[in-house]
Design a protein around this ligand. Structure first.
Ligand code: F0G
Length: 356
């Protein structure tokens, strides 16, 4: 399972000192991490941010940020002699778990809320050979079941973000941002669902201060969908709903860590509507060239609002985390398909179709 990707750094090796990697840990990799940090001036101008960057986590091997933590969790599961990994998921965790389990030779069992998984993610889990179980309930119900399944031992490891190896792996993104920019940004904006990622970034920035790669930490700006915004209402909610199925979560597992990240950073967690999410998803590709799934649009929609009402200074350096790739959810994106111009197979026909 070891081996390098040519000159491409292997996450478990590059961040070895920050991860629970021992001489017995298999150096599993699918090429995760080292994702692009892209400046997007046209998108920035549209939302009032003069120094806006996107951390393109959809460029990870299974198309989401989950791969950073999954590689650590699955490598540690393999190291401990586990035979299977299990997770609840709104889609991306299952796609990532299935892929890394396949590479490591473990069985993957994924519990998904029935009818609420984007088509691409479901396909990924099946294609990698996972056992897919559809739960007649939501993500929060599925996670409760997984906690009990995993508690039974028997060589079955939970790979949700309640597994600390997941958070440790995801924290590497904060170190990459500091390495690319030479310092921490002023603001780190990201979507919040089960709240593992906001907790992981805060840990990453905190570790970076400790090891001296930066002197400061960013304000954390978390964004939820209005129909699934327990951090905004201040309590878990029973029936979360949003078009951004990735963050359709009412009872986030990393509640306390996320509150700490918010408060210690002087940041906030706010909500945006589904309409704002859909508009921002279109803006990100139309003005930035980066195609993301709906959840990633929450921070861009939210930043637009926060800059407009003065709670974020638009001249500051802002990094927004684009957590998943656009083609994961073709159904939601299909509204972006326009009219196809018909032409016969001639230059003249194409000119006519273009109105030239
Ligand atoms: N963005 C995407 C694309 C996600 O898939 C998720 C979570 C989040 C943001 C929120 O991150 O949960 O750490 O606050 N997806 C999980 C899953 C729940 O099962 O794939 P979080």
């Amino acid at each position: 399972m070891s081996g390098s990707f040519g000159a491409r750094p292997v996450l478990l090796e590059r961040f070895r000192d920050l991860l629970p990697v021992t001489s017995a840990t298999p150096l599993l990799t699918l090429g995760e991490g080292a994702t692009p940090l892209v400046r997007v001036p046209r998108l920035g101008a549209d939302i009032g941010a003069s120094d806006l960057w996107l951390k393109v986590e959809g460029a990870n091997p299974t198309g989401s940020f989950k791969d950073r933590g999954m590689v650590v969790a699955v490598a540690k599961a393999a190291e401990s002699g586990a035979r299977a990994i299990v997770c609840a998921s709104t889609g991306n965790t299952s796609a990532s778990a299935a892929a890394y389990a396949a590479a490591a030779g473990l069985e993957a069992i994924v519990l998904l809320p029935a009818g609420k998984i984007a088509a691409g993610k479901l396909l990924q889990a099946f294609a990698a050979g996972a056992k897919v179980i559809s739960i007649d309930g939501n993500f929060d119900d599925a996670l409760e079941i997984v906690r009990e399944l995993g508690a039974g031992g028997g060589g079955v490891e939970i790979v949700n973000s309640i597994n600390p190896h997941r958070i440790a792996g995801q924290a590497t993104a904060a170190h990459e941002i500091i390495a690319d920019l030479g310092d921490a940004p002023d603001v780190l904006a990201l979507p919040v669902g089960n709240a593992g990622n906001i907790s992981a970034y805060w840990r990453g920035f905190t570790d970076a201060v400790r090891i001296g790669s930066t002197k400061r930490r960013p304000r954390m700006a978390g964004f939820q969908a209005a129909g699934a915004a327990p951090f905004v209402s201040g309590a878990p909610i029973a029936n979360p709903e949003t078009i951004a199925t990735a963050i359709r979560i009412g009872k986030p597992a990393s509640w306390d860590l996320a509150i700490a990240a918010r408060d210690e950073s002087g940041g906030f967690i706010r909500a945006v509507t589904d309409d704002e999410i859909l508009r921002a998803q279109a803006d990100i590709i139309r003005l930035g060239g980066i195609f993301v799934e709906p959840a990633c649009a929450a921070p861009i929609a939210g930043l637009r609002n926060a800059i407009a009402d003065g709670s974020i200074d638009g001249s500051q350096r802002i990094v927004a985390v684009m957590t998943g790739f656009g083609l994961k959810d073709p159904d939601t994106a299909s509204r972006l398909v326009g009219e196809i111009r018909q032409s016969d197979a001639t230059v003249a026909g194409v000119r006519r179709a273009l109105g030239w």
